[in-house]
Design a protein around this ligand. Sequence first.
Ligand SMILES: C[S@@+](CC[C@H](N)C(=O)[O-])C[C@H]1O[C@@H](n2cnc3c(N)ncnc32)[C@H](O)[C@@H]1O
Length: 267
Amino acid sequence: MSANVDLYKSSYSNYSLETYSEIRVETYGEDFGQTSWVSTEESHEIPELLRLSSSSRILEIGCGSGGYAVALAKRLGCRVVGFEIDASGVKTATALAEKEDVSDIVEFAQHDASKQLPYEDGSFDGIFSTDVMCHVPGRKEVLTNTYEMLKPGGRFVFSDALVIGGVVSNEEIATRSSIGMYFFSPPGVNEQLIKESGFTLVEARDTTESSARLSKRWHDAREKRKDALIASESNDTFLGIQRFLECVHTLTSERRLLRFLYTCEKQ
Ligand SMILES: C[S@@+](CC[C@H](N)C(=O)[O-])C[C@H]1O[C@@H](n2cnc3c(N)ncnc32)[C@H](O)[C@@H]1O
């Protein structure tokens, strides 16, 4: 299904514009190029949850504009591989790695997480994916492939912002899905698929509050810069993204859609 509102392409191709950077700082506090519901506290906790060290080799599934992968490599000195389905994300990520002088330890590629991936079994110490799994068909297969790509003892940390928490209307589902293909799941299904894929579930943490808070901040930061955004992304895209963000805020603040962060381990 193609997106009606192109949130990702417009965010990644306008990544380096000052207005977009200001919006990210106002939304998240720290600019990692985010287009998700990851709080800055969660971004800083990911290396700890994955138990990373400077000798780790890690994979990010759905790396967006690559800002977080680059920051991680710079901070830890570890090797990072990131892939993304959106070509403008990969282009921005590759340019960023060069600009930040980490191209020797960070690589980006364009792949679809639902397809066969070119990475060897047992080749990563840790894998993470922030708010991407809800876009990808075949969750059981993605989890199984992820399990296989990890070394024994390795961890997979991922979030799912589309766990059903209450009654949601067809109109709300349409607006919430206006930026791309989406899979909504009932509570407990991720936990079940994680176990069926061979993982031990270390933690399932409810982070719905982050989605509620960040969607409001993102919406308001964009609204303040309406004229500049309309000039770079068009009036229709601007309005579509604002409607999407309002919808996320309503659904998560009323806990009708929930976000969970899962930490899984291959034993
Ligand atoms: C909510 S954004 C998160 C991006 C980044 N992880 C972050 O935290 O800002 C979801 C990302 O998943 C990517 N994506 C969607 N479907 C995908 C797929 N099948 N394979 C790889 N990436 C995908 C989108 O293009 C988008 O960049």
